[in-house]
Write a new protein. Structure first.
Ligand code: ADP
Ligand code: MG
Length: 633
């Protein structure tokens, strides 16, 4: 930050990302300029909520003014618009941090991804949230006057900026606590300097705000409207979630979501219910349309807001949702919790546990309903949040079956990387005599799709799920069966195809095992400590060899993931399976001089085919070249 200090006024530079955001916002959101008011009102409302909550412990913060409200006024001559609240306000340090930087983690990475193409970037901005800086869509100068509740009397702060690279800050007197934001409108924005226009915008975007949004009443006198001194509340000013469902319009649900979810886009779906019984609470929970940019940052904020009897208690009450549903936004309003509930208390509270259970069930039911009745929406949901939901298969034992039914996978049935196949679909396509659900895990979709382990399944027309997300290993680690059908890896243990193989095939395999006994022993001797065992395969039709892991050993893919994550994986050697039909393997029976080189290459290519890394790549290249020369002779 640059710092040029005069007597009491300082000029500071915005964080680089703020400058970028400002540029992007002004240019790309222009066609939707009215949202600036929604954002400023949303912040004013949050500030009132925070004051009410802090005042629970310190009533003096009200300073004899406990009627919280948001006031909107304008001055036609000065061409300014002012949004004022008597909420919590900000101290000097808070102003600098909140209105000069973006404190979200991952911000730098997010801005690094911007393409410079305005249309594409404008789309991304919704993922980021727009917030305070949207004021610059309509204003070429913004002035914020604020005083924190409880701050020593009259000591306020003025922040000012033209939305370029800098802002100024100075200490000033401010009698009333709270924040007053004055927008000096850009050319061409004068239509905002009209009472009816502002009312229209407020009704459209901010009707659901709990605090009254107050404007001066207007009267018609001699064919002209005149602003009177009388106050008038413009919005409905009641807690939306406490209203009856049939009295709330779709638009109101959507606008409320944008406020609680700090999102620019409308939600994908929601569920609203009052729960009565041992616990009494109201839940209004939303599934966003798009994942926020910091979805994988477990410290990201803006989850569920907790209210107790309509008093805001806290943002992001993470105890109200399991981790794997951390993308859900909304409100829980409890009738039973004490008002002085703290995060520490929440952690141990049995009541909260009951509420979390209830919310989890509601969300899972909402998702099941989408999956059942709106395939397009569900596919959208899955594309954004599927990977997170998969964490639930391992995290939430009580809901394992429900979660399993919601999972979607890529599969040999579709052969595209899109995850569209449910376990139910899979089961409905199972072959006569098939008892198990087969899957393969690999690091990429292509590695899974082309895995040699699939050869026999392709030949027999048996579907195999193609799992190539890291989290998939965790899914199959805990999800061992679905609807009574065992989930098995095609690369683990001795492949038992059960009734999918006929007697003749089984006999043929035994015969081959005898015929190749000497060869498998010789290979084992040559590879010695690299493999646990060498045996004849019945998985392969085209490839000469593949690696499999023993029933209870950890698979190759998981071992590689753990290693890449810097974790210690239990080491276990793979089993090398060779294909007796393959000419290379048959030829190996008569090889003597280069036997060790051949088997080393056989092992290495099996490792490569499943996406593994060679221990000695240069050695592999050398051997292959040697063998190529031999062939030419
Ligand atoms: P968000 O609301 O998602 O946190 P914003 O850009 O809208 O992001 O606001 C940034 C921050 O500035 C808020 O989190 C809040 O701390 C502060 N802020 C903005 N407006 C007000 C206000 N009217 N009163 C108090 N604090 C405010
Ligand atoms: Mg905001």
């Amino acid at each position: 930050m640059t710092d040029t200090t005069t007597a009491s006024r300082e000029t500071l530079g915005f964080q680089t990302e703020v400058k970028q955001l400002l540029q992007l916002m002004i240019h790309s959101l222009y066609s939707n300029r009215e949202i600036f008011l929604r954002e400023l009102v949303s912040n004013a409302s949050d500030a009132c909520d925070k004051l009410r909550f802090e005042a629970l412990h310190n009533n003096a913060l009200y300073e004899d003014d406990s009627d919280l409200a948001i006031r909107i006024s304008f001055d036609k001559d000065a061409r300014t618009l002012t949004i004022a609240d008597n909420g919590i306000g900000m101290s000097r340090d808070e102003v600098i941090a909140n209105l000069g930087t973006i404190a979200k983690s991952g911000t730098r990475e997010f801005f690094g991804k911007l393409s410079g193409d305005q249309q594409k970037d404008a789309h991304l901005i919704g993922q980021f949230g727009v917030g305070f800086y949207s004021a610059f869509i309509v204003a070429d100068k913004v002035s914020v006057l604020t005083r924190r509740a409880g701050e020593k009397s009259d000591q306020g702060v003025r922040w000012e900026s033209d939305g370029g690279g800098e802002f100024s800050i100075e200490m000033v007197d401010k009698a009333a606590r709270g924040t007053e934001i004055t927008l000096h409108l850009r050319e061409g924005q004068d239509d905002l300097l009209a009472s009816y226009k502002l009312r229209e915008i407020i009704k459209k975007y901010s009707n659901h705000i709990v605090q009254p949004i107050v404007m001066k009443k207007e009267e018609w006198k001699e064919g002209k409207s005149e602003v009177t001194n009388e106050d008038e509340t413009v919005n409905q000013a009641s807690a939306l979630w406490t209203r009856a469902k049939n009295e709330i319009s779709e638009e109101e649900y959507q606008e409320f979501y944008k406020h609680v979810g700090h999102d620019y886009d409308a939600p994908l779906a929601w569920t609203h219910a009052r729960v009565e019984g041992r616990q009494e609470y109201t839940q209004l929970l939303y599934v966003p349309q798009r994942a926020p940019f910091d979805l994988y940052d477990r410290s990201s904020r803006h989850g569920i807001k907790l209210y107790v009897r309509r008093v805001f208690i806290m943002d992001d009450a993470e105890q109200l949702m399991p981790q794997y549903l951390r993308f859900i936004r909304g409100v829980v309003d409890s009738a039973d919790l004490p008002l002085n509930v703290s995060r520490e208390i929440l952690q141990e509270s049995k009541d909260i546990e009951a509420i979390r259970k209830g919310c989890t069930s509601k969300v899972l039911a909402l998702l099941a309903d989408l999956a059942e009745n709106d395939a397009e929406k569900y596919a959208k949901f899955w594309g954004e949040f599927g990977r997170v939901l998969k964490e639930g298969a391992g995290e939430d034992f009580a809901n394992k079956d429900k979660i399993a039914a919601l999972l979607r996978f890529a599969s040999t049935h579709a052969d595209t990387p899109d995850e569209t196949v449910s376990l139910k679909d899979y089961i409905s396509r199972m072959k006569d005599g098939q008892e198990k659900i087969y899957y393969v895990t690999a690091e990429t979709f292509n590695a899974a799709k082309n895995s040699p382990h699939l050869e026999v399944f392709r030949k027999k027309g048996i579907e195999v799920l193609l799992l190539s997300e890291r989290v998939d290993e965790w899914v199959v680690g805990s999800l061992t069966e679905f609807d009574g059908k065992e989930l098995v890896s095609v690369a683990k243990g001795g492949l038992d195809l059960g009734k999918l193989e006929d007697e003749a095939e089984k006999q043929e395999q035994e015969k081959q095992a005898d015929a190749f006994k000497e060869l498998t022993d010789r290979i084992k001797g040559s590879l010695s400590d690299k493999v646990k065992e060498v045996r004849i395969t019945h998985r392969l039709t085209d490839s000469p060899a593949c690696l499999v892991s023993d029933e209870h050993d950890i698979g190759g893919n998981l071992a590689r993931i753990l290693k890449a994550a810097g974790q210690k994986a239990p080491t276990s050697q793979p089993i090398l399976e060779i294909n007796p039909q393959h000419p290379v393997v048959q030829r190996l029976k008569d090889e003597s001089a280069h036997f060790d080189d051949w088997t080393a290459v056989l092992f290495d290519q099996a490792l490569l085919a499943e996406g593994g890394q060679l221990d000695d790549p240069a050695g592999f290249v050398k051997r292959v070249n040697q063998l190529m020369l031999e062939m030419g002779k």
